[in-house]
Design a protein around this ligand. Sequence first.
Ligand code: COA
Length: 147
Amino acid sequence: MKIEKYSKQYLEPCAALYVEVFNDKPWNDRWNASSAKKRLLSIAGQEDFRGLVSLEDGALTGMVFGSTNHWYDGKIFNIDEICVKKEFRGKGAGRALLGALEERLRMDGVRLVYVLTARNNYSDRYYLANDFILSKDIIVLTKRLGD
Ligand SMILES: CC(C)(COP(=O)(O)OP(=O)(O)OC[C@H]1O[C@@H](n2cnc3c(N)ncnc32)[C@H](O)[C@@H]1OP(=O)(O)O)[C@@H](O)C(=O)NCCC(=O)NCCS
């Protein structure tokens, strides 16, 4: 397995992977190539964007996208998306992507990484297995403005 910095050449395969992963269980979203590309472009367009991909024999198997932002006491990093192709899960690609990301973020002086994800699905266990802790202080509120 190889971990590489994301570049534009990976946009199409990343969008295809994104559709495949998040239209599947447990997420059951309804992405298509165009909406997925828009989402990834909007993340990759952020000022302090960082993205990494995992490759097997040159083919994309996983990706992590996010960006650094600034808090009063230093830099924090939001993971927007992380996913690994189904056939390659459970073999350490997810851990390797996070590990490589954390290594780069430490060099950038980032002091905290955070992620929003669904409650009660396995992805929280993935983060807990990677030494994340569930915040007791922060809640997420949402307000629907249309259908
Ligand atoms: C979450 C995801 C990225 C994990 O990738 P992966 O390559 O399977 O993860 P790894 O094999 O590196 O596993 C890393 C650790 O997480 C744990 N883990 C991974 N998937 C898990 C699951 N389904 N249930 C419980 N723990 C899990 C592993 O046990 C491992 O810990 P260990 O080394 O102590 O055993 C992958 O399952 C995925 O793409 N899921 C769909 C997209 C998603 O849910 N993304 C996250 C929310 S945004």
